[in-house]
Design a protein around this ligand. Structure first.
Ligand SMILES: Nc1ncnc2c1ncn2[C@@H]1O[C@H](COP(=O)(O)OP(=O)(O)OP(=O)(O)O)[C@@H](O)[C@H]1O
Ligand SMILES: [Mg+2]
Length: 499
């Protein structure tokens, strides 16, 4: 050990203090020549202490503090450090003078900040996706209301025409286009975590097994599928339809990455997350998780691609072959369920997507028997509250044409007045959730104690569901955009107590 300087000579305590530091510590003379290094410096840089003694500190931090001012204090300068093998890593250098009677020395503390940089990057990525999500969600929400009206009117017009009518085909085209657009808004809403989810305790394994049958058709025979399901995987709170959607999106991507065939592996397992778990991410709560991983042996991706894959409309596929919404919606759905998505992939070496879902203690309910379809007409009195006029008049028309007696209001306040003034109770309150002024839920809360009645909420927005300002999980709900048939069926079910 080159303990040449008198201050360092024979001072065991000093040595031990140095070695106890989690940071690399390098003591130099005023010209930047290394006198002493601690154990962590040896580990961090890969040199022996002997190799370092006498070398310029620039060996370790090339752009470093060349003209080291022995009296200057400096803390937390971000620089690049270089190991013996030539690899580099980001570091934070702090300098402090060590005053002595002999020649002055400088202590440089070098902290490896690779992990911090990674976390910052992840955080920025998440923030960016958050911002795009808000924008996309806002557009998709308004668009959904209009699509519901387009679909509904097209349906009603079709119901009055004979298929031989010259307008029949045009109307069918309008319907098809509107349907396609509603798929798009659904994906955007999923990405922005505003999709209405009907979450319940589900078994990830059950969903994988069910979806696997579908996947066979989706991915074809050139690709072999392998399921490795861990029976110890905990139940999760999720929407089964959404989980199927996630699996399908990932499988289709895998298929596209393996044009000449290959292997698709779907695995589940249990994981206990703590801050120290290698896959832990900022904001991820500690605790038990169910992990779903989907691995393909396809062409993989470069880092540049990997950094962008969750952005909506990011695609590397030819025009018409991909919209770039598959992974964006996977990301949104998983986040909405308070989960996490990780990906590892390298060019030529396949890809693995790992999805973490928080476990639940709730028991998975037994499969419900399907309710026989009720006749969709009725004579009941319905109070309809919806602010978007196109949608309101559509719902009004559908219901009145099927026998219901409907009174409309465009705000919750107007709805309350109508309900109070009416001498006959309504059989059903059919209301939007988000309204200007009072919300549909507040209106119902005010009315219910006066006159208990059936309620059906219409919504295309799930922020409220998440923030707990929305309908309770057990409240009947119809999700926009809906078709005339869906509306009639749901209204009938609610009135008959079957929903
Ligand atoms: N398993 C995979 N292997 C290699 N690259 C992938 C894989 N999954 C996704 N990618 C890359 O990520 C991009 C985005 O995927 P995403 O599913 O969001 O959109 P898409 O598949 O291009 O279009 P869409 O799913 O909307 O039809 C893809 O274009 C592809 O470059
Ligand atoms: Mg895709």
């Amino acid at each position: 050990m080159p303990d040449g300087h008198p201050l360092l000579r024979g001072e065991r305590l000093f040595r031990e203090l140095l070695d106890a530091s989690p940071d690399a510590m390098v003591i130099t003379d005023r010209s930047g020549r290394i006198e002493v290094v601690n154990r962590q410096a040896v580990t961090m840089f890969g040199y022996t202490a002997e190799e370092l003694a006498g070398s310029p500190v620039e060996e370790l931090v090339p752009e470093g503090p060349t003209a080291v001012q022995p009296t200057a204090e400096e803390s937390g300068r971000e620089l690049e450090a270089r190991r013996k093998d030539g690899t580099t890593f980001p570091c934070e250098v702090s300098l402090s003078p060590l005053v002595s009677d002999d020649a002055p020395l400088v202590i440089a503390t070098i902290r490896d900040i690779t992990k911090r940089h990674q976390l910052e990057e992840q955080f920025q990525q998440a923030q960016k996706l958050e911002a795009i999500g808000r924008l996309a969600g806002g557009i998709a929400h308004d668009f959904n209301n209009r699509l519901t009206a387009i679909l509904g009117y097209a349906d009603m017009a079709l119901a009055q025409l004979n298929p031989s009518h010259p307008l029949w085909r045009d109307l069918q085209e309008i319907k098809t286009a509107a349907h396609r657009s509603s798929t798009l808004t659904r994906q955007l809403l999923a990405f922005s975590r505003r999709q209405v989810l009907r979450v319940e305790a589900v078994s990830l394994n059950d969903v994988v097994r069910q979806t696997d049958r579908l996947l066979e058709r989706v991915i074809g025979e050139q690709i072999t599928r392998e399921l490795k399901l861990d029976e110890a995987v905990p139940a999760i709170k999720a929407d089964t339809g959404q989980l199927e959607q996630i699996l399908t999106n990932l499988a289709v991507n895998a298929k596209d990455a393996m044009p000449d065939g290959g292997c698709l592996t779907i695995e589940t397992h249990a994981a206990d997350m703590t801050r120290h778990h290698p896959d832990a991410r900022p904001g991820m709560a500690d605790g038990p998780y169910a992990v779903l991983s989907v691995t393909d042996s396809g062409h993989g991706m470069t880092r540049t691609v990997r950094d962008k894959i969750f952005e909506p409309f990011y695609t590397t596929k030819a025009p018409g072959e991909g919209t770039g919404l598959g992974l964006a919606s996977v990301y949104g759905i998983v986040k909405q369920l308070k989960g996490h998505v990780g990906v590892s992939s390298e060019p030529g070496r396949g890809s693995t997507f790992r999805l973490y879902f928080p476990a639940t203690d709730e028991a998975v309910p037994a499969v419900r028997p399907s309710v026989p379809e009720a006749a969709a007409v009725g004579r009941e009195r319905v109070l309809l509250v919806e602010d978007e006029s196109g949608l309101r008049s559509l719902v009004f028309t559908i219901l009145t044409r099927h026998g219901y007696r409907v009174i409309e209001a465009d705000t919750a306040e107007a709805g309350l007045q109508l309900a109070r003034r009416s001498d006959q109770p309504f059989d059903l309150i059919l209301t939007d959730v988000v309204l200007p002024g009072l919300s549909g839920i507040e209106m119902v809360k005010t009315l219910q104690p006066l006159r208990a009645t059936n309620v059906l909420y219409m919504t295309g927005y799930s922020d409220l569901v998440i923030e707990g300002r929305g309908p309770a999980e057990s409240d009947p709900l119809i999700v926009k955009p809906f078709s005339a048939q869906e509306l009639l069926r749901t209204v009938r079910n609610v009135l008959d107590g079957a929903a």
